[in-house]
Design a binder for this molecule. Structure first.
Ligand code: SF4
Ligand code: SF4
Length: 458
């Protein structure tokens, strides 16, 4: 639970921004004092050196300062460190030995989130440079002429140079194509108009046999195939699927920009509708681990007393968690038509989710006969959208190198990741770096749901 610490008379937010509405939260001096306290602990620990660019930058600032200690680093450099952080929580939950219940109660992502918010409040974040993957252009997915035009530009080296110039997205970074038809267009018959079914009766203690799918912008606009695989698998098991009427962006990019109010506003647009389904006993399942994390971790941290948000959190499942729970009740079909061979699977790189996605996905794919699932842990470097920016791309490729190499090892038949965006970036980096040991056998990238659907022969 979030607590307020007092260090040298300075109120410090130790939770993940839980009291962000307090006027003190945006007080720059208090924020800087908190950062100094945290940096002093990190300077002697240094366990997180390889997680992202934030820590190498921090330690360089310390080591290159006049006194080679935190007190010699000009405080004017502190806030900008948060630009390197994409709030993955990997340096915190289950990792930092100084996090609560330790008396130091270090929460590095918490203080980075606060620094981002202070910068945003001071107008120091150039919002036009904040990457908006769900820009107005993205929302034109599904319109054939526009989709074809955008995809042609994205595929052309000249087009990519133009995009880089105007958006700051590195021309070498992989950009997703727009779908010819969005997932919600394809599956419009599943959209639950009005409120959730009032006639639904939930058997307590059982896995719900009704699922509301929170699509995610990525699946909706870029890879509807993944959503279709989820629907096919659920319907194969006789599960009722619906798409909530309101399904808008969870606001992750606003959170990363420090716009906490904007993030809350965006995320809450979907919450009321999702909570209505949760109240009716629906499981809420999203094929996007990043969106799942917003609803199960970041939003509940910011609004611990909001009943709807807490209800949505409790009802949320990852697809593999849900299917393994069905398996626990003997309700999962274990008759598969084919094996998958060797699957190199990348574990989502973030801490703090109760969904335990990788463990469930490994167990689920492991049910398929003659299938070997190798779970690869570590940072793929990109951190959502952070690594595709021109100024971050070389560092992202460096940070992700170990993961890229491990994913290419053991002559896999498939590369896979629950976060399809990360999976695409990893596959693209492996190609760019020519890491496959057997160039004549190029493994296909396939989402775990796609692999499962294939194994069933659906
Ligand atoms: S966040 Fe924790 S584990 Fe990481 S360097 Fe700082 S004190 Fe060490
Ligand atoms: S939360 Fe993630 S990106 Fe931010 S400092 Fe920690 S490891 Fe780095």
């Amino acid at each position: 639970m979030a607590q307020t610490l007092v260090h040298g008379g300075v109120q410090e937010v130790s939770g993940n921004g839980a009291n962000w509405t307090s006027p003190d939260y945006l007080d720059e001096q208090q924020c800087l004092s908190s950062m100094e306290r945290v940096f002093n602990v990190c300077a002697t620990c240094r366990r997180c050196l390889t997680f992202c660019a934030t820590f190498p930058n921090l330690f360089d600032l310390i080591d290159e300062s006049e006194g080679a200690d935190v007190s010699s680093v000009p405080k004017s450099k502190y806030l900008d460190l948060s630009d390197q952080c994409h709030l993955c929580d990997q340096c915190h939950v289950g990792h930092c030995p100084y996090s609560a219940p330790h008396t130091e109660q270090i929460n590095f992502p918490g203080i980075m989130q606060r620094a981002k918010a202070v910068k945003f409040a001071q107008g120091l974040v150039n919002t036009s440079s904040v990457i908006k993957p769900h820009s107005p252009i993205t929302h034109l997915a599904g319109i054939p002429v526009i989709t074809a035009w955008v995809n042609t530009v994205v595929a052309s080296p000249v087009g990519r140079k133009v995009i880089e110039r105007y958006t700051g997205i590195d021309s070498q970074a992989r950009l997703p194509h727009l779908a010819k038809r969005t997932f919600r267009q394809e599956q419009s018959s599943l959209i639950a108009r009005g409120s959730a079914s009032a006639s639904l009766v939930q058997d307590h203690g059982q896995v719900p046999r009704q699922v509301a799918i929170f699509t995610s912008c990525y699946v909706n606009f870029h890879e509807p195939e993944v959503g279709r695989d989820l629907v096919d698998i659920l319907q194969h098991h006789g599960i009722e699927c619906v798409l909530p009427e309101v399904d808008v962006c969870c606001g992750r990019t606003r959170l990363n920009a420090g716009d906490l109010a904007g993030f809350a506003e965006a995320a809450k647009m979907s919450v009321a509708n999702l909570a209505a389904h949760a109240r009716q006993g629906y499981a809420i399942v999203s094929p996007s681990p990043l969106c799942a994390r917003i609803f199960t971790h970041q939003l509940p941290s910011l609004f611990p007393a909001d009943e709807n948000i807490q209800m949505v959190k409790q009802a949320f499942w990852s697809p593999s968690e849900y299917l393994m729970a069905l398996h626990g009740e003997g309700a999962l079909d274990t008759e598969f038509n084919r094996s998958l061979g060797v699957v190199n699977y990348h574990e989502p790189f973030f801490g703090g989710s109760h969904l335990d996605i990788a463990r469930h996905t490994e167990a689920l794919l492991g049910l398929v006969p003659d299938t070997q699932v190798n779970v690869i842990k570590g940072s793929p470097g990109f951190g959502g959208d952070w690594g595709i920016r021109r100024e971050n791309f070389p560092m992202a490729m460096k940070i992700g190198q170990t993961v890229f190499k491990r994913m290419a090892d053991n002559s896999p038949d498939y590369l896979s990741a629950d976060c399809q965006l990360s999976g695409r970036q990893i596959a693209s980096a492996i190609d760019t770096l020519r890491l496959f040991q057997t160039p004549d056998k190029k493994p296909e990238l396939a989402h775990p749901l796609t692999l499962l659907r294939m194994a069933y022969g659906l």
